[in-house]
Design a protein around this ligand. Sequence first.
Ligand SMILES: [Zn+2]
Length: 423
Amino acid sequence: MNVEGGNYEPAAPAIPQECHGLLLRSGVVQVRYRYRIYPAPGQQRALARAFGCARVVYNDCLKLRDACHAVGEKISDTEVQRRVITLAKLTPERAWLAEVASVALVQACQDARRAYRNWFDSLSGQRKGRKVGHPAFRRKHHRQSIRLTRNGFALHGQRLYVAKVGDVKVEWSRDLPSVPSSVTVIREPDGRYYASFVVERQATPLPACDREVGVDLGLASLAVTSDGDVIPNPRFLRGKERRLARAQRALSRKQKGSANRGKARRRVAVLHRKVRETRLDHAHKTALRLVRDNQAVYVEDLCVSGLARTRLARSVADAGWSQLLRLIEEKAARYGRMSARIGRFEPTSQVCSACGANDGPKPLHVRAWACATCGTVHDRDVNAARNILAAGRADKSNACGGQVRPAPLLAPAGEAGTLRGAA
Ligand SMILES: [Zn+2]
């Protein structure tokens, strides 16, 4: 196994992180399988080194690109990699980069490139909708991870071999459906370690049905469908979130570097995990229900959902929404159903889904309104979901070369329907 190969760059990059469950060829889908792993103390130290190096390379990439951007210099991806890995290893300040598997450093470079590109495309207007912020620098006390392609890991019997770390014990909670093409080794802030494999799995198509649904993502509830179904967040999630907020306030009062601060941080991390697991479980069930009951599921792309929100609520909700979107796409691919993001700048909450008249913006507290043109009384969220369904259908018939139903709200087509990652 060649892990010393310097700047090895895989011919085909590993699965892009924003693309989950995409259809590869007919009948095969790419998914992630996650297992808890138990590295020995020595392996934990080796992993900590690898995490640290990947984090430094990632941050160096961002800084270098920022510096070039500031002086208007164009820099190629290979040049970035050469400077932050190959040349950096030769300097005394970064010599320790040579101690870890270079494949992890290369992947960190690629992650930084993708994050930077998203931000840049958003700045230049190539990426539609809500602005993507400057990529955040990775931090020591957050979730740590390294991504490895085939030349950085292997399965040795029941153990996972990680380059320069060794054979790590894995809790195989279920069988891998195929040989993994890459793995992400993760250390969560609560101290647990996981391995997340990218694998291919046979699709198991469900019998076709003729129902389609539009989904509006919400703040008070998780989602509302065009059929009028309200999918609430689980009741116990709120309680957990409140406890988490309290623990976070307690942490912020502790003195930096103190033992109590360490303890408080761990408590926050454990609560974080519980919130995350609760939300994930609920999202799995919601996604399965939507995909099972409908032939096509249309959801507004998060980048374009232009609802006014407070910053904190937004970030909390964002995490839940992107997870739900990912699971819908993953399950749709698996069960032979269709899912699409409606990637257009459309005022889904302002337009009447019955007649197409734009009734103007409405403040968030307006939950129901009557259309001034046709008089239909709408629930705000259900109306938005119906508009999403209509936009999704129009995109689909466009893509199939069919007739677009002449609805006024579809006129300003900004961008073709984006089934991101599956197109
Ligand atoms: Zn109307």
